[in-house]
Design a protein around this ligand. Sequence first.
Ligand code: PLP
Length: 375
Amino acid sequence: MATNSIVVDLRSDTVTKPCQAMKDAMSSASVGDDVYGEDPTVNRLQTEVALLLGKESSLFVPSGTMANLIAAMVHCNKRSAEMLCGDLSHVFKREGGISHLVGVQVSALKNCSDGTFKLDDFEKHIRGADIQEPITMMVSIENTHSYCGGKVLPLQWIENLAQVSRKHGVAVHMDGARLFNASEYLREDPARLVRDCDSVSFCFSKGLGAPVGSILAGTRRFIDQARRFRKMLGGGMRQAGVIAAAALVSLEQSVPSLDADHRRAQYLAKEIQKLKLPICTVDTINQHTNIVHVNISDKTNITSEKIVDRLYTVSQSETNGDCKTSEGLCIVVRGSAKPDSKTLRFVLHHDINDADLKLAVKKVCFVLTEMDKNK
Ligand SMILES: *Cc1c(COP(=O)(O)O)cnc(C)c1O
């Protein structure tokens, strides 16, 4: 990478670096051995989060993947258990551990584009009455839904899903990696969003900008078992107050700025849509949160990988010097080719300010227009 350039990294909200307030809190955190339950900062975080989510208890874990894994271990406490989830969900596409380590059969329902799945389809898939079948013990829903472009699940749908689940004794888990983005969009308390769920996880290390950590919340009984499983998985941490301190700051300082990420995502989506290029579209009406999906037309052989690559390597001279900062620095934009070859993804986060975004938009529009011309 040339030194006369700045990078606007829009691959994911996981790339954020801890802010100064987080580093200060980390360096002065009171700590103890958390495996003995003696870290005051971890304990404070767990108490605060349980309150925030309206749950009895919560547990600090190293990652969202481990939170979901532990949820499956607790809810699916019988042999031949099955977990249902959407076919575009993170637990299905990116978390093999639930099958590999927990021994639970993971079955997918077809996701709708809004992150939900059909509830009659869900009810039809609940099994266990016949001895030849696995026993459906858990359903996992995702809010916001990452691979559906950061969509927020409708509250009524969650309520209806929980009703069906209760009828069949199926536990409801919410993978709320970006729960606060959903809460910001709906302007509802996070506790309201998870009211009908037996357990919920969220990440401090995504849009909230903390360096490490996720939470798992539920009943006291659920969390007592979860603590045992966390230790079994190697997730028992010692003076974890050092990272819990950053998580506490993220709740205080990052949550209020999520609306700015959403506003910037709207701006980016609209600027791309304004180009009216035949090669791509953006659904600006259903642009809920901080993830922007650019859908690439099936009629061209342009892929998101090609665009990501071009965005990363296009030089200043190729843009006729158009895409540079006032200091003459070249802008490098990083996007992502997830979830597939026909979807280009950009994720806004708190390390991107309005000036960064303006520069990135220029470059993205330049590359998309060029791709359209040469298609
Ligand atoms: C990132 C993410 C996870 C996993 O979290 P990690 O901390 O990366 O393990 C789970 N679910 C969703 C929806 C995510 O976006």
